[in-house]
Design a protein around this ligand. Structure first.
Ligand code: SAM
Length: 180
């Protein structure tokens, strides 16, 4: 991993105080896309690079179990300390080595975090942990970045460009993909 920021306690504390949550409208878009696949289930959602969990919490009403993962213990501690929802938990892990069984996750999200990951290794992990009809949602302030995965990089980038949704307020962009 080339760059590791956001990790110390002071930063995590500020992050908890000042980080603006992704809009519910944006989360609704992800859920709508997820549900559009009739075989999708709502058992487990994993929010990768969850920080102090503001976005993770928005998934809680829609899944039996929601797990936020992050490489920073300080960020995760902020999430645990401030909100306690029974079906939400947090686990320390790099995005590139997710602590889940093969084919066990319905939705993987990365909210304003994908740009920090090793893209190729994260996409492989997302592919590994997602169920066959699972969904990967990459939310970011910009989609001005390239995805690279096996021999389908060109197709992936094409799909992302087609489905990206520009949010006016935060200029958040969204890319959602179903795993085949
Ligand atoms: C900009 S913050 C976004 C946090 C949260 N998703 C949100 O929307 O508020 C990026 C987060 O990614 C985490 N992160 C960076 N690199 C990571 C990696 N390789 N694996 C897991 N988490 C990582 C950081 O610790 C940080 O909490």
């Amino acid at each position: 991993m080339a760059v590791r920021l956001f990790e110390d306690e002071e930063h995590a504390d500020s992050y908890w105080k000042y980080r603006i949550s992704p809009s519910e409208e944006l989360i609704d878009k992800v859920l709508h896309f997820h549900r559009s696949n009739k075989k999708s289930a709502n058992d487990l959602a994993v929010d990768v690079g969850c920080g102090s969990g503001q976005g993770t919490l928005l998934l809680a009403p829609h899944f039996t179990c929601v797990v936020g993962t992050d490489i920073s213990p300080a960020q995760l501690e902020m999430g645990r300390k401030h909100v306690n929802i029974p079906n939400v938990s947090y686990r320390e892990s790099p995005a590139e080595e997710l602590p889940f069984e093969d084919g066990s996750v319905d939705l993987v999200t990365a909210m304003s975090a994908f740009h920090w990951f090793d893209h190729s290794r994260f996409l492989q992990e997302a592919h590994r942990v997602l169920k066959p009809n699972g969904c990967l949602a990459v939310l970011n302030y910009t989609m001005d970045m390239e995805l690279s995965y096996g021999d389908c990089s060109e197709t992936l980038n094409h799909i992302c460009n087609e489905v990206r949704v520009i949010r006016l307020i935060l200029s958040e962009h969204l890319c959602v993909l179903h795993i085949l």
